[in-house]
Design a protein around this ligand. Structure first.
Ligand SMILES: C[C@H](O)[C@@H](O)[C@@H](O)C(=O)CO
Ligand SMILES: [Mn+2]
Length: 598
């Protein structure tokens, strides 16, 4: 399994078994030691078996050396956790404990408390008490309390408790994985797109990341001076020549490049991909003279400007963007990178959020066109069916470049269903099928004067998907939009007719949000697009809106629009104090707490 070269720790989860400290003749504490420690061990096992870092390794979990009954043991636990690199804590208990003495007071950890629903001892009473104390001290924590009473000796974790523990765990590991990593901007603002105007303060104070920036000329310097892994480039080029199906050249005859030039451009774009990888994560195989370049920018995500100055002159970045965002390359299955096109850093960060939550490759797309049932009928004679009909139409998601190739839906699960897998599950067969269903057409010369290639595929299968947009609003700050839905499998002739009306040589995904027909942003697919905050969306496989909502509350980023069922919304207990209207409460709470790293 190819390991990411990211430098810096991955977040560790610390479990804090807390207990009633009373000894005496009846030794309350002694009677609870085993049950309390067993809760901690059950939770640790659940996390270790179900949570993975983006590099594919199991999440590391540590348990305090002893149960925590009084403040001295809290301090010893905090000391151990600091040494272990704990960024996330789960406090567990079946009984009453002394909240302010036993709670996690570290302002930087992401916290949850699980109070066992048994009635022999007041675990739930402690939960309520310590969550109140967390709120009083400005250290919001997630509360977990199972719906049904359990037997005191029951060490199993009920389904509702497991769901909250894992949602908390996935979101906390994603949020804390960003800490200390970089966002690398290659180039500058693209065609006046606001999302490409980078806001370092937001990235530093909300995500705990740093912003690195290099001029695009750095790619040319490295090409010219041979500052790249030559063996890797040769391997990449050989693989690409054997595996990439070259499509057609749509440009007018007089503007088409010669076969020799096309060959040269193909080598150029493959070399770009190798160099951008090395810019993001460094490389051990550079000539020792380039020890500085070998370090890389420790980038968890990056953006490439391309348009216009680069693409008016050099071959475009679509190959690099598409391949790096994909779950494999010439080295086989490996952690997908996040490389945004048009330097849309906000969309790149959205892709990063969802990659960290799912460990799957991500799609970057324009939210290009809403197709109503009437318009589709008029253009193709086809009556919408299924999810597209239920959504009152569908959206055309299409952008040259940074859509992962996994999105053509050619990887299959054990039942033969189309799926965008977690990267470590991608098989050789999946890779072959994905590449066989992708073409590399010559770049549209009207847009990309310098030439290059564009990946081309259609998402032919219906798959669950979640589209998000991270927006920055002056006076408000960051805000997220979420639309769960499905990719739409249109009949080939229908898809072709609609696709041909726009950029037929780019990756094409039809998307139907889950709509409810009620007034508001989810009335129909039209309303989703009409309320969308920008030109781009980041799209992930799966319905992951609830995980995103939980993670955003950890990052203090309010969610302004979503179609996640209210029963699945899970935020820190303190959010309840900000009102019963969940969305308004979220805004008020995020404003109250402010960014994590202010
Ligand atoms: C190639 C074109 O300039 C595209 O980059 C443009 O239409 C966009 O995608 C704008 O988001
Ligand atoms: Mn775009």
């Amino acid at each position: 399994m190819a390991k990411s070269r990211l430098v810096g720790s991955y977040p560790v989860i610390g479990i804090r078994p807390t207990i009633d400290g009373r000894r005496g003749a009846l030794d309350v504490r002694g009677s609870l030691e085993e049950q309390t420690m067993n809760m901690a061990k059950s939770a640790a096992k659940l996390f270790e078996e179900n949570l993975r870092y983006s590099n594919g390794e199991p999440v590391k979990v540590v348990i305090a050396d002893t149960t925590i009954g009084r403040v001295g043991e809290s301090a010893a636990c905090a000391d151990k956790f600091r040494k272990e690199g704990v960024d996330i804590t789960l406090t567990v208990t079946p009984c009453w404990c002394y909240g302010a003495e036993t709670m996690d007071m570290d302002p930087q950890t992401i916290k949850a408390v699980w109070g066992f629903n048994g009635t022999e001892r007041p675990g739930a009473v402690y939960l309520a008490s310590v969550l109140a104390t967390h709120a009083q001290k400005g250290l919001p924590a997630f509360g977990i309390y199972g719906h049904d009473v359990q037997e005191a000796d029951d060490t199993s974790i009920p389904a509702d408790v497991e769901e909250k523990l894992l949602r908390f765990g996935r979101a906390a590991v994603a949020a804390a994985s960003m800490r200390g990593k970089s966002y690398l901007q290659i180039g500058s603002v693209t065609m006046g797109i606001g999302g490409s105007i980078i806001d370092s303060d937001f990235i530093e104070s909300y995500l705990g990341m740093r912003v690195e920036s290099v001029d695009e000329v750095e790619i040319i310097r490295r090409m010219t001076e041979g500052i790249y892994d030559h063996a890797e480039f040769e391997k990449a080029l050989k693989w690409a020549k054997e595996t990439c199906k070259i499509g057609w050249d749509k440009n007018p005859e007089e503007l088409q490049f010669s076969p020799e030039k096309k060959e040269e451009q193909f080598e150029f774009v493959v070399k770009m991909a190798v160099i951008i990888k090395e810019l993001m994560n460094g490389c051990d195989n550079l000539d020792p003279a380039f020890s500085e370049e070998a370090i890389g920018h420790n980038a968890l995500a990056a953006g490439f400007q391309g348009q216009r100055q680069w693409t008016d002159f050099y071959p475009n970045g679509d190959f690099a963007e598409a391949m790096l965002n994909t779950s494999f390359d010439w080295n086989g299955a490996r952690e997908p990178y996040i490389l945004a096109t048009e330097n849309d850093v906000l969309n790149g960060l959205g892709m990063m959020f969802m990659k960290l939550l799912t460990n799957r490759a991500q799609i970057f797309a324009d939210v290009r066109t809403y197709w109503s049932p009437e318009a589709v009928k008029k253009a193709t004679g086809y009556d919408l069916e299924g999810v597209a009909k239920e959504a009152g139409g569908f959206l055309h998601l299409i952008n040259s470049g940074a859509a992962c190739l996994d999105a053509n839906g050619e990887a299959k699960d054990e039942n033969g269903n189309a799926v965008m897998k977690q990267w470590w599950d991608i098989t050789e067969e999946d890779q072959k099928a994905i590449m066989e269903n992708t073409e590399w057409c010559m770049a549209d010369n009207g847009y990309f004067r310098g030439g290059g290639y564009s990946s081309r595929y259609e998402t032919k299968a219906q798959m669950p998907a979640t589209m998000i947009r991270l927006n920055l609003v002056k006076g408000l700050g960051p805000v997220l939009q979420i639309a769960e839905g499905w990719t739409v499998a249109l009949p080939a002739e229908v898809s072709d007719k609609l696709w041909k009306r726009t950029d037929y040589t780019w990756p094409c995904t039809w998307f139907a949000p889950r709509c409810d027909g009620k007034e508001g942003p989810f009335k129909t697919a039209y309303d989703v697009m009409n309320n969308w905050g920008a030109n781009h969306g980041a799209i992930s496989y799966g319905h992951i809106g609830a995980d995103l909502i939980t993670m955003c509350s950890m990052l203090r980023i309010p969610v302004s629009m979503h179609n996640v069922p209210e029963k699945d919304i899970y935020r820190p207990a303190a959010w309840n104090a900000f009102g019963m209207d969940k969305e308004g409460a979220d805004f008020r709470a995020c404003k109250n707490y402010g960014p994590l790293y202010k």
